[in-house]
Design a protein around this ligand. Sequence first.
Ligand code: MLT
Length: 238
Amino acid sequence: MTLDACLSPDLIGHHSLEGRIAVVVDILRATSCMTAGIGSGVSGIRPFENLEECLEMRREEYLIAGERNGSKMDGFDLGNSPYDYMQHHLKGRKIAVTTTNGTVAIERSRQAEEVVIGSFLNLTAVTNYLRQKKKPVLIVCAGWKGKINLEDTLFAGALAERLHPEFELECDAPRVALATYKGMKNNLLDHVMNSSHALRLQRLNISKDISYCLRVDEFDVVPVLVNGEIRPAGVSEV
Ligand code: MLT
């Protein structure tokens, strides 16, 4: 098996998704939210790139979550904090979500054989799932508006460290990610706190999400995209 990494959704045209499992990651904070939500009993999360289409889902009794440039969208039920998604009253509910980068990365990955939602919060669960599936993997980093970001690249390096050498590293992106992770893993929070999006979130007084999104293995769950909706792996459409 092989492992490759696409460090920005704008580079996805250089990769083939056919026959691959795409692991979409947006550590700050979309895929951390999705992992925390599914891991806390949310029954389904439907990602939308388009804000208006997301809002339309209120008619289907979805709760609506939205973020742009790090801030919660006015009039939405939820923002994009993992703490929003872990609220007790969300158990059994469905959420429609649109974010600046995370839902874009998911949309760009839809041609993959399977789309898996990855975060530090479910790193081991994703690692074991990929080992069991024995398919080539492409890690798709959400980045920031087409640019590469540190935290998603660090996740790609952490996953590469766990899957290599069983998964051969393709091209150089996973090697860059792995080298970056190895150099920072002993002080991840300090490094990420100085990253561009973490500084943006701190300016918005959203610091506690940053440390939470860097916790490892808070959840033993693998959210996967099935017919446009994110559910725990193995849970069929209800
Ligand atoms: C993103 O889509 O890049 C993130 O979700 C933004 C955020 O939540 O701050």
